[in-house]
Design a protein around this ligand. Structure first.
Ligand code: F6R
Length: 242
């Protein structure tokens, strides 16, 4: 596991976007795993800038979301499908069918989870997975005590995660209670992992992920098993590393 510590959140975005852009330049039809939430937004905006100003071709990417809320249709602006249209598909010039998101409104959610695993397999697996980290150490929405070998499935969101994500909704009670998320085992199958974290509120989770024991109480600690993982953090998020 490589850990890169940079002074500011802007530096984190620029560095991580450079890692992604280099991979895309070498392999334009890259299968890219795209986290949502606030952490990767700077990466997506920098990639879109490189597309506009430097002609980086993003149109051949195949993108896979990490997760989706249960019960939010794709036209709901709070859904991750809508987020990925705003931050990835439109600014990257990608057609909608190249951005895959688990179907959180299907009656048969377990079937939707299995289909999602299948669609990743059909694409040949994820080449590069971008990740954020929750304040409780979750990756995707694999909350503490998730099985380290878990696959895409339905999960209840923890009270901590619902409180953390309330800032994206009009009222705390609007945050969905359940999600479909790639499992930790699914994430570990990506050929390369790139986790970004910014700010002091992530410092404890980053320290547990990087220096703690590999344990289900910090799901991100499972990344210690992956042979090609880079963690890019600003100084605030690195402040609890030894
Ligand atoms: C989002 C995801 C989550 C977030 C994490 C951090 O697809 O899978 O693991 O990366 O909750 O969220 P932010 O970046 O909003 O702090």
């Amino acid at each position: 596991m490589d850990v890169v510590v940079l002074p500011t959140a802007a530096d984190v975005a620029a560095h991580a976007a450079g890692v992604v852009a280099d991979r895309i330049a070498a392999q334009p039809a890259l299968v890219l795993g795209v986290a949502t939430g606030s952490s990767p937004v700077g990466i997506y905006r920098e990639l879109a800038r490189r597309r506009r100003e430097e002609g980086l071709d993003l149109s051949r990417l195949e993108c896979f979301a990490l997760d989706e809320y249960v019960g939010l249709p794709g036209h709901d602006p709070h859904s991750y499908a809508a987020y990925l249209r705003r931050e990835v598909a439109d600014p990257f010039g990608l057609s909608a069918e190249r951005v895959h998101v688990p179907d959180g409104v299907r009656a048969d959610l377990e079937g939707a989870a299995q289909d999602y695993e299948q669609s990743i397999a059909v694409a040949g697996g994820i080449d590069l997975q971008i990740l954020g980290i929750g304040t409780n150490g979750h990756i995707g929405f694999n909350e503490p005590l998730s099985a380290l070998s878990s696959r895409t499935r339905v999960l209840a969101l923890s009270a901590q995660t619902r409180a953390d994500n309330a800032r994206f909704f009009d009222a705390p009670d609007d945050v969905p209670t359940h999600c479909l998320t790639q499992g930790l085992g699914t994430i570990l199958e990506a050929r390369q992992l790139l986790l970004v974290a910014q700010g002091e509120r992530k410092a404890q989770a980053v320290a547990a992920a990087v220096e703690g024991p590999v344990a289900a109480r910090c799901p991100a600690s499972v990344l210690q098993f992956h042979r090609r993982t880079t963690i890019v953090v600003d100084e605030a998020a690195a402040s609890r590393l030894a």
